[in-house]
Design a protein around this ligand. Structure first.
Ligand code: ATP
Length: 437
């Protein structure tokens, strides 16, 4: 298990997906920076999610709320009172542990030293809003994007006039002072969430909840996750958060075991009631047809972008023997692959070949994410593109100067075809579809 994770972490650094955060200063523990291909992968995941959940439906609205919110938000949400983990420290090796992870609450799992009594530890990161470090100006970095949608419920009703059921969708950063961050980007203190808050009539909530569990599992399959590595797991009553009536996780079989990618919760009317009470505003929905005023229930599918990206990378990683060598290839879904096409000149010292390759690359850039590369020998160029999951490699060679054709290689089949220069765009559209760029 460690071996595959080590390979993924090494590939991510070597090929510009993910670097250790603040690397030249020795790194900031458990923080990660996304490089050129990592940011493309994340953007593609977010785009696929937005397409499926906002553009693909008539009942969803996008949002982008501020990270810093009025401190009362977190009193109303229950985070100030309830967002705690219990932790114990080892008196010998000084390591800190989450009590929920410990089998023996008295002894350190690593050095068997004595553990301190459990202490409560609030997971919200704090900062000051404004120039004075005054306790009255303390605000929190949001631990979830959800609350930004709840506090805008009234604004959405008054500006977009939606009818139940409808939902809000938001992607953004969240922060948690996790006690036990780790497993690469799986658990970090700064991360990105993709969240939906779907408002419905209370009597329809159970059905809507089931539908979302189904939808969300399907989405992971649609972006190419292998079915055998995906499952859903219903929470037991004692696992449920203080606000939830039911919760189901979509889990991925990571190298260290099954772990949560996304949680789908029935939050009941808890959030709207709480914010109504703390803000003094009437947050009930008015049904024109029945003349009823009531608090809708909320179904919340909440996933992590970083966890999804990690699952996608692990899932797409293949090693294959080709002519006695190991070929490493990321078989990313075509919508997620950071680069769709790479163009190489076979010979770098032949000006007309280089020029033609550059021109083809420039033309393709209008339609597909394309890169031109001539910084190594052809074998190495192919290997690099395989390792970042590039879908097609185009090579311009001596023959191309005579027949105006190029060689296109398909990442997955490794089949090579000769195509006329003026047919490349159509060929790629046929293979990739118009929606994939
Ligand atoms: P866990 O049980 O793993 O701590 P959670 O149940 O607390 O997760 P939620 O509050 O349901 O997580 O958050 C929704 C999603 O946000 C998670 O499914 C996950 O994908 C992502 N997420 C939560 N915490 C982190 C974190 N520390 N690092 C990366 N992603 C996270």
């Amino acid at each position: 298990m460690a071996e595959i994770m080590d390979k993924i972490v090494a590939l991510c650094k070597r090929r510009g997906f993910i670097f250790p955060g603040s690397d030249i200063y020795g790194g900031l523990a458990n923080s990660w920076d996304y490089g050129p291909y990592g940011v493309e992968l994340k953007n593609n995941i977010k785009r696929a999610w937005w397409k499926a959940n906002v553009y693909g439906r008539d009942d969803m609205f996008g949002m982008d709320a501020a990270i810093l919110m009025h401190p009362k938000t977190w009193e109303a949400s229950g985070h100030v009172q309830n967002f705690f983990d219990l932790k114990s420290d080892c008196k010998s090796c000084k390591k800190r542990f989450k009590v929920a992870d410990l089998k023996d609450h008295k002894h350190c799992p690593e050095c068997a030293g004595e553990l301190t009594e459990p202490k409560q530890f609030n997971l919200m990161l704090r900062t000051y809003y404004g120039v004075i470090d005054d306790p009255a100006s303390v605000v929190y970095l949001r631990p979830e994007t959800a609350q930004g949608m709840f506090v805008n419920f009234l604004n959405i009703l008054n500006s977009c006039h939606p009818k139940l059921p409808f939902g809000l969708a938001q992607i953004g950063k969240a922060f948690r002072n996790e006690i036990t961050p780790g497993n690469f980007t799986f658990r970090t203190r700064e991360f990105e969430q993709m969240e939906i808050e779907y408002f419905c009539r209370p009597e329809e909530a159970d059905k809507v909840y089931e539908e979302w569990v189904d939808q969300r599992k399907k989405w992971y399959l649609e972006i190419g996750i292998r079915p055998e590595n995906l499952r859903i797991r219903q929470h037991q009553k004692d696992e449920l958060a203080h606000y939830a009536k039911a919760c189901t996780d979509v889990e991925y079989r990571f190298p260290w075991g099954w772990s949560e990618l996304e949680g789908i919760a029935n939050r009941t009317d808890f959030d709207l009631r709480q914010h109504a009470q703390y803000s003094g505003k009437d947050l009930r929905y008015f049904d024109d047809a029945t003349k009823e005023r009531f608090y809708p229930y909320i179904i919340e599918p909440s996933g992590g972008v970083d966890r999804c990206a990690l699952a996608v990378l692990v899932d797409a990683y293949y090693e294959q023997e080709v002519k006695g060598n190991i070929r490493v290839v990321l078989r990313l879904h075509r919508d997620l692959a950071p680069i769709k096409v790479a163009v190489f000149p076979l010979l770098k010292n032949r000006a007309e070949i280089v020029e033609t390759a550059k021109k083809i690359s420039a033309d393709l850039k209008k339609f597909f994410v394309t890169i031109y590369d001539d910084t190594a020998a052809i074998g190495k160029l192919y290997r690099r593109q395989d390792e970042i999951g590039t879908l097609f490699c185009i090579t311009v060679d001596v023959q191309s100067m005579e027949d105006q054709k190029v060689t296109i290689r398909d990442r997955d089949t490794m089949q090579q075809e000769r195509i006329s220069n003026d047919k490349i765009v159509q060929y790629l559209f046929d293979k990739l579809g118009k929606g994939c760029c």
